[in-house]
Ligand binder design. Structure first.
Ligand SMILES: [Zn+2]
Length: 611
């Protein structure tokens, strides 16, 4: 499941929830197959199915082989089961990366890459020689009378900022809204907004601990590239610079900021930084895996899609919720080897039905979901079967952790997106009589959890149903492993999904599309809803690209249109969806929000009254 800022907040609340193991009784053939598939897909051999790993291709080959074994055919006109596409933006460090500081008397301090400094994965390439300004924690929070940029001109200069926020470890006197100001990407945006030429991060005392480790380049790759070079130096380097120009150590200056809550920003007089960063963002070859069972009878020309993403976080370079000191395989057993496993089993079961009547079923294992629904978006932009004849999409993402409600004793299952067609709620309710799940029916696309691939189909006007067994403490962490999967539960969800899918292939008339909010609803988060759906694949960094606008919703009322880039929220710059989430998250609920949108190059000011 795609990680949004929203889900990060949500997931952190699950940190204390315990999970039970499940005893391994003698398995029926179906459960045995499910178990075999999920243990393979979530094995270390598949390397967490990160899009840049070899492991994801091993997983893709496995899925294709199982499709073939089951009797599925490749998509029309193709020899294999793959739909290739390209993911952009994975950064790679080039050969020459240098940083040196030149003092007033011309003395040069040359820094060693990997020892004294590193390039972060947020960096752009660049070569420059510019004055250096220390900007504390790089925070501009006028609402808290704390603006470290106040009175400073950093245009064309190199800003040096501490990580996190003042008093990061002080529970009694915390810095307000730390989550808003601490992210490196926010500090980068603040520096870019003021036209800084480059940014250099330094661990604050809390992050530094005893070892003052440099940021792992790979942990930030893909987190959203900046337009300026972004480096990281050791505390000792900055402390020397401060000593030589200001006769004060970094420890002292940091202490002053923390204790007096007063900015201590200053230009380091006479110091210049000379740097060269070479970084390339190479294309990554990705592929969806697609197998087909042709239909029979009068509905044979129509299509039902059953989908599950098979990619996950690889080594946790991006999207991990674990505090990683070094890379670790994120096996993604529940997310989403579980859905992929159910998909394979459904393929086998449907393929085994002799003279099956009804619509064509297209089984899709998507890649690039964790990076923003990239595979499913690629499919809906380049469909292999006509989207207007695609009557429904059933999505399976995180269906391996079925658990019981303590009070009712029933298995809890979430069914999302059912508002996308009026026929769906009666259908899933009726079919549930036999299974007696405690269904949580969510009519909109998501429940504060990040989205998943059904969103791409809904955006392409295909009605959707999404099954989900819920978040857990291992979500997006290396601990999401196969031994925590409830195999019996996975089978039960697969059985239920089979009946839903069967109905979708036969239902006549076809389910009619209803408009529903694509924005999370009923969530415990405080993020205001404005009634828009975003283009998750947009990488222009021009803002948050609006893809859909809910009729009569707050955004529609304010005049926001599909194709607009939201570039500012309450004065905070928005460069992409991540910074939009953090900006909108900071807005006060119920109060009008000032937004600036870019419509074909024209900036338009709007007032949005959120729900
Ligand atoms: Zn996920």
């Amino acid at each position: 499941m795609y990680l949004s800022r929203q889900i990060q907040l949500l997931a952190s609340w699950f940190a204390l929830i315990a999970t039970n193991g499940f005893s391994d009784e003698a398995l029926d053939p179906s459960s045995a197959r499910l178990k075999k598939d999920i243990y393979f897909l979530a094995s270390d051999e598949c390397e967490g199915r990160g899009v840049t790993t070899k492991g994801i291709h091993i997983a893709a080959d496995y899925i294709a082989a199982e499709f073939k074994k089951a009797g599925l055919i490749p998509p029309a006109g193709q020899k294999d089961y793959f739909q290739p596409f390209t993911i952009k933006g994975q950064a790679k460090l080039g050969e020459v990366n240098t940083l040196r500081f030149i003092g007033p008397d011309g003395n040069v301090r040359e820094l060693k890459l990997g020892k004294d400094f590193t390039v972060t994965g947020l960096s752009s390439a660049g070569k420059l020689n510019a004055p250096v300004v220390f900007v504390g924690f790089g925070i501009s929070a006028p609402d808290q009378q704390f603006d470290e940029y106040a009175g400073l001109d950093v245009a064309g200069k190199v800003v040096v900022v501490l990580r996190q926020v003042p008093r990061a470890n002080d529970k009694k006197n915390p810095f307000p809204n730390a989550e808003k100001y601490a992210p490196l990407i926010e500090k980068l945006a603040a520096a870019e907004k003021r036209k800084a030429a480059a940014i250099i991060f330094v661990n604050d005392q809390d992050k530094a601990g005893k070892t003052d480790d440099l940021i792992n380049f790979n942990l930030l790759v893909g987190a959203g590239a900046g337009d300026i070079p972004a480096l990281h130096i050791k505390r000792a380097v900055l402390s020397d610079l401060l000593q030589s120009t200001e006769q004060v150590s970094l420890d002292e200056i940091e202490k002053q900021i923390n204790e007096q809550n007063k900015p201590q920003s200053r230009e380091l007089k006479g110091i210049k930084a000379e740097l060269e960063v070479n970084i390339t963002r190479a294309d990554v070859a990705a592929k969806n895996v697609i197998g087909v069972l042709e239909g029979n009878g009068p509905l044979a020309n129509e299509t039902v899609v059953i989908g599950a993403h098979y990619d996950h976080l690889g080594y946790g370079e991006r999207g991990s919720l674990a505090k990683l000191k070094e890379k670790a395989i994120h096996n993604g057993a529940d997310d989403n080897a579980s859905g992929t496993t159910a998909l394979l089993e459904l393929a086998r079961r449907f393929a085994a039905i002799k003279d099956r009547q009804g619509r064509r079923i297209v089984f899709m294992a998507f890649s690039g979901e964790e990076l923003g629904l990239l595979g499913s978006r690629h499919y809906t932009k380049n469909p292999l079967y006509k989207l207007e004849d695609t009557v429904a999409m059933l999505n399976l993402d995180m269906v391996g952790r079925l658990s019981r409600d303590e009070k009712t004793g029933k298995d809890k299952l979430q069914v999302l997106g059912v508002g996308s067609s009026k026929s769906f709620e009666p259908l899933v309710t009726k079919l549930n009589e036999k299974y007696d799940f405690q269904l949580k029916i969510i009519r909109n696309m998501s429940d504060g959890a990040g989205g998943s691939d059904h969103q791409s189909f809904y955006n392409a006007k295909v009605p959707v149903i999404f099954l989900f067994t819920g978040l857990h403490p291992q979500y997006h962490r290396p601990t999401d492993k196969a031994d925590l999967i409830n195999i019996a539960g996975l089978k039960k969800v697969t059985d239920y999904a089979e009946e839903i899918a069967m109905s979708l292939t036969l239902m006549s008339p076809r389910p009619a599309l209803e408009k529903v909010s694509t924005v999370a609803g009923g969530t415990p988060t405080k993020i205001p809803r404005i009634g828009v759906g975003f283009d998750y694949g947009d990488e222009s960094k021009k803002g948050a690209l609006v893809e859909t606008v809910s009729d009569g919703g707050p955004a529609a009322k304010a005049g926001i249109k599909s194709g607009d880039y939201i570039v500012e929220v309450d004065g905070r710059p928005v460069r992409d969806l991540t910074s939009y989430m953090s900006a909108i998250g900071a807005a006060k609920r119920g109060q009008p929000i000032d937004m600036v949108v870019d419509r074909s190059g024209k900036r338009i000011n709007l007032k949005v009254q959120p729900e």
